[in-house]
Design a protein around this ligand. Structure first.
Ligand code: PMP
Length: 427
């Protein structure tokens, strides 16, 4: 064990997950590459989700952060804060939510926690619908709506959560159905669940594409169909866009737009990539919902001028360079390339995804059971080859996750696909 690893182990919690048998210390990055403490370079096919939405060490963001840090860092919602107002204006417009208000936090967890506070207060109910296999954060309230057992360490949440089928297609009672039949079955199941529930559910919280759950998504339009049911009961829809926002899925700027017939969600949460590594999260909601709180509620660091400056520079770069279009084009090539790479590997059950959010599900070819050891082995082999990827999935963690920064080039997509092909073939 290297000494930093030993020190990490002795002072940080055991449950703080670390990748790799011999974990990497990343010391710097540039573009789509990062370097470790031994000077080894890796192509980063996971940092896009971990926070680096556009590119590592993007000069525009670095400059904006340095300039703002040199002027004033002081963060308080008690004074006017120009970068915060400007970023809120941009996000409110982009969100698609009419009469939108934005509340900034410092993480996705805190954003979802705020959304749950708003929805439960607005609806005067602590009943929440959440999707099976979901992940929404690590706080007491958000673990209470996290269906993925691997990431939900307690069942003692004060929320009453009902878990809904429909986010995962490869297993569960509706596996194997066509899009149309799957949607019909999931809607019938939701109606049945609500029929058996005391009235007054506050909200449905859902990731349009499940992130930690292994990049799984329902048929397009499923949440639109759900919404028709929710509307009859007055139940709000919270779209957790922490992983799917800002064009990552290529075809859409937000994940909810794959269900656009539903119109925008009532509440939308974001985090991770918008700050390109700086701590920004937030919730967007119609004014009527946002303003339902009858007491003050602030976040000391939410909206800090330095993180807001990073967000403005990063968002400006993303829009000016059409990185959503890049995610669609390069992501389209990459998924084709990965499907071809996986064709001869019998452990690969499925290559799925959209834009630069691609999942590779691994299963035992004989028993059909999830293959978490194979996923870990591919992660290690890819690292050996100079490529960082992620993993995820349900309780079994058997999906590989590919989510590079959105500025990925075609040449880099080819390079990463070749390394991943080697890693898959080493199984
Ligand atoms: N929601 C989703 C969909 C996420 O993927 C995550 C982080 N993996 C969170 C919420 C929580 O975000 P954070 O880690 O910033 O608290």
């Amino acid at each position: 064990m290297n000494s930093l690893h030993a020190r990490h182990r002795s002072v940080l919690p055991d449950w703080l997950a670390l990748y790799y048998d011999d974990p990497i210390e990343i010391t710097h990055g540039e573009g789509r590459y990062v370097w470790d403490a031994d000077g080894r370079r890796y192509l980063d096919f996971f940092g896009g989700i971990l926070t680096t939405m556009t590119a590592h060490a993007l000069p525009e963001v670095t400059k904006a952060v340095a300039e703002q840090a040199g002027r004033i860092v002081h963060s308080s919602t008690l004074y006017l804060n120009r970068p915060m107002v400007e970023l809120a204006e941009r996000i409110a417009t982009l969100s698609g939510i009419p009469d939108a208000r934005v509340f900034f936090t410092t993480s996705g967890t805190e954003a979802n926690d705020a959304a749950l506070l708003l929805a439960t207060t607005y609806r005067r109910s602590n009943q929440i619908l959440a999707m099976r296999n979901s992940y929404h954060g690590r706080s007491f309230s958000t673990v209470g709506v996290t269906g993925n057992r691997t990431w939900s360490p307690t069942g003692l949440s004060p929320l009453q959560t009902l878990y809904v089928h429909g986010a995962v297609r490869s297993r569960g009672p509706f596996a194997g159905l066509t899009d149309e039949r799957f949607t019909e079955a999931a809607v019938a199941d939701l109606e049945d669940l609500l029929g058996q529930t005391r009235s007054g559910v506050a909200a449905l919280i859902a990731e349009p594409v499940q992130g930690v759950g292994g990049f799984t998504s329902p048929p397009d339009g499923l949440y639109a169909a759900f919404r028709r049911v929710l509307d009859r009961h007055g139940i709000l829809w919270i779209s957790d866009e922490v992983q799917t926002g800002w064009g990552r899925t290529g075809d859409h700027f937000w994940g909810w737009q794959a269900h656009a017939q539903a119109g925008p969600p009532d509440l939308l949460t974001f985090a991770k990539g918008i700050g390109n590594g700086m701590a920004i999260g937030g919730v967007v909601a119609r004014a009527e919902i946002m303003n339902c709180l009858d007491a003050n509620s602030i976040s000391t660091f939410g909206g800090s001028p330095v993180t807001m400056a990073a967000g403005l520079a990063n968002l400006g770069y993303l829009l000016d360079h059409d990185l959503q279009g890049n995610a669609r084009r390069v992501g389209g090539l990459l998924i084709e390339r990965l499907r071809a790479a996986a064709a001869g590997v019998d452990t690969v059950r499925e290559v799925r995804g959209r834009g630069l959010m691609i999942g590779i599900e691994l299963a035992d070819p004989v028993t059909g059971r999830a293959a978490p050891e194979a996923a870990s082995a591919v992660l290690e082999a890819a690292r050996e080859g100079g490529l960082l990827i992620g993993k995820g999935g349900g309780h079994d963690t058997s999906a590989l996750r590919v989510a590079p920064p959105l500025s990925l080039t075609v040449a880099e997509a080819e390079e990463g696909a070749a390394i991943l092909e080697q890693a898959l073939r080493s199984l």
